[in-house]
Design a protein around this ligand. Sequence first.
Ligand code: NDP
Length: 329
Amino acid sequence: MFGTMNLSDKQPKKVEGEAEKVKCLIIGSGPAGYTAAIYAARANLSPVMYEGLQPGGQLTTTTEVENFPGYPEGITGPEMMEDLKKQAARFGTDIRWGLATETDLSQRPFKVTIDSSKLIEAETLIIATGATAKYLGIDDEKKYAGGGVSACATCDGFFYRGKDVAVVGGGDTAAEEAMYLAGLCNKVYLIVRRDELRASKVMQERVFKTPNIEVLWKHQTKGLFGDGVVEGAELYKNKGEANEEIVKIKIDGFFLAIGHKPNSDIFKPWIETDEVGYIKTIPGTSKTNVPGVFACGDVQDSHYRQAITAAGSGCMAAIDSERFISENA
Ligand code: NDP
């Protein structure tokens, strides 16, 4: 399934000093990375994990997690990630601060530079760097973070039962999130910047058929308002046109669904991705096009993007690593 790549022009920068040699290097510390660490540590791979820019990953920005099996009363995202970290450390994972800044995956051992200064040589590499939800870039998104602004309807929708919410975006994610929220909420506004949806026809039809979804065509977000929490949004209608106007909607939740950016840039010279940047894995495995390099979690999953599916794929990556090491010892 993978094409061939010309690697001759991808020369990494030189880092001074002796490289540290590790059996299994895990980059990223969301549910995928920690689960990979738990399994790799228990398989005696002495994994070393670098946590990356956002230790704990995207879940540390959510409040209550109620859909991860095993927590009947729910748990906060940060607490769950702390539990996973403790579990990974308990079996001997060496968890470190630091960001992978460069890679050379042209041959084994794989070379990974941390913080542009430290060189690691790894027999196997597990990429669990996740994806980052895109935001509009308006100040109010930060102001109301945790107070009505969310980039994950499946994670946070439940808190808006019976209320009015808005979803921004016109792709399949926005359509899906609007449908999901429509099942929980009183009313869902879908804020679409053009006069058509990018979503697939079948999703569009579902959206149009759902009575409590109202599509606001040619609307863009100007700002949010509310006393501490979101109480409404101010929108431009027909922005930049002669009939431009500003409209207000009353909402309790504001959901971004304008796409995610997988954190795969530093691997792209070696690892095949799709056009958006999601790492391609051989279906049913965590194997990438480079033998010995495995990917798990949101960096390779544009579809499910749930903590539990990330954790499952992290387990697969550790098992694939362990088998790779025993077959290539
Ligand atoms: P997409 O890139 O497909 O869509 C992003 C949407 O957000 C577009 O409608 C875009 O508008 C809008 N947008 C982008 N930036 C802004 C902005 N600054 N202000 C307002 N609107 C903005 O991302 P998705 O996450 O929806 O989908 C990603 C991929 O995953 C797609 O290939 C999709 O098909 C797939 N997917 C499939 C699903 C399924 O099959 N069930 C479910 C979810 C995703 P515009 O159209 O004007 O560019």
